[in-house]
Design a protein around this ligand. Structure first.
Ligand code: NDP
Ligand code: 2IT
Length: 446
C-alpha cells in the first residue's frame, strides 16, 4: 500500500487501538485491497470516509452479574459495538467465549459492515458478546447469564435499531432466553433477535444457513474454475453450528468429509464423517469430539487443533475461529494438493496464510463473502417478522442460494474491474466497501 491518505489513516488506527491486534489485522486487510478504489475516488478522500468507517458509531461495555448454581455472584463483561448503520439497522452476532475482549468484538463488527453490505439486504454492521465461558455451565446458569446480559443490552437494541443473533457459544437456546427476557422487560413481542426458535418467529433454514451458504458460495467458486465438490476430499475445522451444516451440504454435493475438530483436537475418519452422529454428539449431547471415536472405530482422534490442516484434502473449510490457519498450516495444505480454502469462520486465515493461498493459485473464498449466508437468512428472518408471515424451508433456501450466487458474482466482477481477477478477497472487500462508502457520502458528515 502506497497511498498516503490510507497509510495515514492506518497509522492512526494502530495508535488509537493499542492492544487490539485482531482489529488492526481486519482493517489492514480491507485497506490493502481497496487501494485502487481510493485512488479512483477523490470524493471518498475529501469526505474522509476511511477515518470515519474505522471508528465504530458507538461501543457499549457493561457489567453482567449472575448467580451460579452454588449461589455465588459471578461477574462478566458484556459488549455491543454498533459499527455502522449507513445501509440499515445494526446487525450482527453475539459471541460468548472466554477469549472475548473489545478487540475481538471490534474486528468482528468491522467485518460485519462489509459482509452485510454484500448480502444486498439492508443491514448495518455490529457485534457483541461477553467473556462468559458457557462450557460446563448448567442450563440454569446459561439462562441466568443470558437474562442478566439482555437486562442491560435491551436498552440499546430494537427491530429498527440493532438486531443481534448468534455466534460462537450462542445458539437457539441462548437466543430463546434473551428473547424471553427482552419481552418481559418491554412487554413487547418484537423481532429484536434472529436465530429464534421456529415456533416463536424464527426462520426455517437459519440454523443451516451459514454452513449451507458456505458450500453454495464455494460451489460457485469451484465451478467458475471447472471444479466441484463431487468426489473431493474435504476437511472442516470446528464442529459447531457452521461446521456441522457445511459438512451436511458438502456431503450432499458429493464430497467426502474426512475430518472435523473442536478446541481440544480433531477426528479423522477416512470412511467419511457420519453427519447424523456428529450432529447428535455436538448439537444435542453437547459432547466433546473425541467421543465420536467411541462409536466409530474407523475414526481416530488427535489432540490439538492445528494438525487438522496436515490431513491431505482438496478443499479446506475453516469453520472454527479467527487465525486458525497460519502460514505453516497453509503451506501444509498446499503441499498436500489442496486447491481451495473457503472460510465459514470470521478471519480464520492469518495474513501469511492468505499470501500463501494467493501465491500458489489456490481458490480462496474469503469469510465476508463465503459465510454471509448466516446473516443473509437473519435478514430474511427480519423480513418475515415484519410481514407477520413465514416462508417454507425451500423458499428460504432458494433465496439463500440466489444470494450466495449473487455474492460470488459481485466478488468476481469487482475483482476483475479493479485489475485483480480471481482474487475474491479483493472483490469482496471492494464490492462491500463501495456500497457503504457511497451511502455515507450521500448522508453527509454524520
Ligand atoms: P459454535 O459455538 O457453534 O462452534 C464453534 C466451534 O469452533 C466449536 O467446534 C468450537 O470448539 C470451535 N472453537 C471455538 N473457539 C475455538 C478456539 N479458540 N480454538 C479452536 N476451536 C475453537 O460457533 P459457530 O459455528 O456459530 O461459529 C464458528 C465460526 O463461524 C466463528 O468464527 C463465527 O464467528 C463464524 N460465523 C458464524 C455464523 C453463524 O451464523 N453462527 C455466521 C458467520 C460466521 P469448542 O466447542 O471446543 O469450543
Ligand atoms: O458472523 C456472522 O455473520 C454471524 N455470526 C451471524 C450474524 C447474524 O446477525 O445473523
Amino acid at each position: 500500500m502506497t497511498n498516503k491518505y490510507m497509510l495515514n489513516v492506518l497509522k492512526k488506527v494502530s495508535e488509537k487501538n493499542p492492544g487490539e491486534p485482531e482489529f488492526i489485522q481486519a482493517v489492514t486487510e480491507v485497506f490493502e485491497t481497496i487501494e485502487p478504489v481510493i485512488e479512483k475516488r477523490p470524493d471518498f478522500v475529501r469526505a474522509n470516509i476511511l477515518e470515519r468507517i474505522v471508528e465504530p458509531d458507538r461501543q457499549v461495555i457493561f457489567r453482567v452479574p449472575w448467580l451460579d448454581d452454588e449461589g455465588n455472584v459471578q461477574v462478566n463483561r458484556g459488549f455491543r459495538v454498533q459499527f455502522n448503520n449507513a445501509i440499515g439497522p445494526y446487525k450482527g452476532g453475539l459471541r460468548l467465549h472466554p477469549s472475548v475482549y473489545i478487540g475481538i468484538i471490534k474486528f468482528l463488527g468491522f467485518e460485519q459492515v462489509f459482509k452485510n453490505s454484500l448480502t444486498t439486504l439492508p443491514m448495518g454492521g455490529a457485534k457483541g458478546g461477553s467473556d462468559f465461558d458457557p462450557k460446563g455451565k448448567s442450563d440454569n446458569e446459561i439462562m441466568r447469564f443470558c437474562q442478566s446480559f439482555i437486562t442491560e443490552l435491551y436498552r440499546h437494541i430494537g427491530k429498527d435499531i440493532d438486531v443481534p443473533a448468534g455466534d460462537i457459544g450462542v445458539g437457539a437456546r441462548e437466543i430463546g432466553y434473551m428473547f424471553g427476557q427482552y419481552k418481559r422487560l418491554t412487554g413487547e413481542w418484537s423481532g429484536i433477535l434472529t436465530g429464534k426458535g421456529i415456533p416463536y418467529g424464527g426462520s426455517l433454514a437459519r440454523t443451516e444457513a451459514t454452513g449451507y451458504g458456505l458450500c453454495y458460495f464455494t460451489n460457485e467458486m469451484l465451478s467458475a474454475h471447472g471444479k466441484s465438490f463431487k468426489g473431493a476430499t474435504v476437511i472442516i475445522s470446528g464442529s459447531g453450528n457452521v461446521a456441522l451444516y457445511a459438512c451436511q451440504k458438502a456431503q450432499e454435493l458429493g464430497a467426502n468429509v474426512v475430518a472435523m475438530s473442536d478446541s481440544g483436537g480433531y477426528v479423522y475418519d477416512p470412511n467419511g464423517i457420519d453427519f447424523a452422529a456428529m450432529r447428535e454428539l455436538k448439537e444435542v449431547k453437547r459432547g466433546r469430539i473425541y467421543e465420536y471415536c467411541e462409536t466409530h472405530p474407523s475414526a481416530s482422534y488427535t489432540e490439538g487443533c492445528s494438525g487438522i490442516w496436515t490431513i491431505p484434502c482438496h478443499i479446506a473449510l475453516s469453520c472454527a475461529t479467527q487465525n486458525e490457519i497460519n502460514g505453516e498450516s497453509a503451506s501444509a495444505l498446499v503441499a498436500n494438493g489442496c486447491f481451495a480454502v473457503s472460510e465459514g469462520a470470521n478471519m480464520p486465515s492469518t495474513p501469511e496464510a492468505i499470501e500463501i493461498y494467493l501465491k500458489n493459485g489456490l481458490l480462496y473464498g474469503p469469510a465476508k463473502a463465503a459465510n454471509a449466508g448466516g446473516v443473509a437468512v437473519s435478514g430474511l428472518e427480519m423480513s418475515q417478522n415484519s410481514q407477520r408471515y413465514s416462508w417454507t424451508f425451500e423458499e428460504v433456501d432458494g433465496k439463500l442460494q440466489a444470494i450466495m450466487k449473487n455474492i460470488f458474482a459481485a466478488c468476481q466482477s469487482a475483482a476483475k474491474e479493479y485489475g485483480m481477477e480471481g482474487n475474491y478477497m479483493a472483490g469482496a472487500n471492494i464490492a462491500g466497501f463501495i456500497k457503504v462508502a457511497e451511502s455515507m457520502l450521500a448522508q453527509g458528515c454524520v
